[in-house]
Design a protein around this ligand. Structure first.
Ligand code: PMP
Length: 367
């Protein structure tokens, strides 16, 4: 049987490293959930055992993101990509204003493309001219008149740029794709009309997507929407209109428990994430230009650290040698190239320090 010692440091952008205690608990409970006599992979989604898992997961996740009376929290399938469509289907169709998109990278552009299929979408800012290496200044954002909503991507996973302060959007609902920094830092949910996140970065495994939506926005959905594309269906049926992804919800629940009980909450994980990212950015900055970060300094992501080396050959060598040191999945996305170190919640500090040491050694040997 595999042991902890077999594990590499996995810098994948997602699906990504999971907290070790979550994996160990899932392994422990895989043959039989405590007191149930069946695996979570085998139980009915209408069983009492799953009722408890779903209720606890929603309660813990709600606690972490600060759900109050104004928002509903629901779990869906289809990944964050389905939200690119569900958001405009529910919040744009039938509205007089356009949907505004602040495009800070590949994923924001993906959302915009889907919104355009459904209604009128307006580009309030687009960072393509500089390769999506920064966020807009406040005065660069050009909102339309009375937008139906304003969409942002809180962390662009591919480029490694992350919003630190939310943009001002006047009375428009702010909609946020927070897939790759969900649960990595505290949020003020009152600022959001809707936020969504797939689970396979900080919140567990692929198959489940969390959506928090302000209750008044549910009134926008048209009765003509297919039921499974209508947020109201998931609210009315408690995230269980049909067979939900039982295992993905179970793992999400374990991740929330880990965050609440072992880490101590989102303030604590945010401090850990800031410290881990700083180790890597300091290494870039101290490298005399050998490692060049992609993102402008003020927009750097704590989740995805993207950088280049002086040549493509050196980048190839870096990846190959890193793999030999147990540092896995560091290749940047093909659209940006270079290196991407994803350091989500579950990446241990030891992994970051091992990467830092490898970067020093590689530069000293090749720089
Ligand atoms: N948005 C962001 C910011 C992402 O990082 C990703 C996945 N990497 C997606 C959307 C798409 O998610 P999914 O594969 O779950 O559809």
């Amino acid at each position: 049987m595999a042991t902890v010692a077999d594990r590499l440091f996995n810098f994948s952008a997602g699906p990504a490293v999971l907290p070790l205690p979550v994996l160990e608990r899932a392994r422990e409970e895989l043959l039989s959930l405590p007191g149930v006599g069946m695996s979570v992979l085998e139980i009915s989604h209408r069983s009492k055992a799953f009722d408890e898992i779903l209720d606890r997961t929603l309660a813990d996740l709600g606690r972490l993101i600060g759900i109050g009376d104004d928002h509903e929290l629901i779990l869906l399938q289809g990944g964050a990509s389905l939200q690119f469509s569900m958001v405009p289907l529910n919040l744009l169709q039938g509205q007089s204003g356009a949907a505004d998109y602040i495009v800070t990278g590949t994923w924001g552009r993906g959302g915009l493309k889907e919104a355009r299929r459904i209604g009128s979408a307006h580009v309030a800012w687009d960072g393509e001219a500089t390769g999506y290496d920064r966020l807009p200044q406040a005065d660069e954002i050009k909102l339309s008149d009375h937008p139906a909503y304003v969409h942002i991507t809180s962390n662009e996973t591919i480029q490694g740029v992350q919003w630190q302060r939310l943009p001002a959007v006047a009375a428009a609902p702010l909609v946020c794709d927070t897939s790759s920094d969900f649960l990595s830092r505290p949020i003020d949910l009152s600022r959001f009309g809707l936020l969504y996140a797939c689970a396979q970065k900080n919140a567990g495994i692929a198959g489940v997507t969390a959506v928090a939506i302000r209750k008044d926005l549910l009134e926008r959905s048209a009765d003509s929407l297919p039921a499974m594309l209508d947020y109201r269906t998931f609210v009315a049926k408690g995230s269980r209109p049909n067979t939900p992804p039982v295992f993905a919800i179970y793992i999400l629940g374990l991740v929330c428990e880990w965050l609440l009980n072992e880490v101590g909450g989102l303030e604590q994980i945010a401090a850990q994430n800031a410290a881990k990212a700083a180790v890597l950015y300091d290494t870039l900055d101290a490298s005399g230009g050998f490692y060049r970060g992609h993102a402008a300094e003020a927009c750097r992501s704590t989740m995805n650290v993207t950088f280049r080396l002086p040549s493509a050959d050196l980048e190839q060598a870096f990846l190959a040698e890193a793999a030999g040191h147990g540092l896995s999945d560091l290749k940047g996305h093909r659209s940006v190239g270079g290196i991407r170190a994803s350091v989500y919640n579950a990446m241990p500090e030891a992994g970051v320090l091992a990467l830092r040491d490898f970067m020093h050694d590689f530069k000293n040997a090749r720089g």
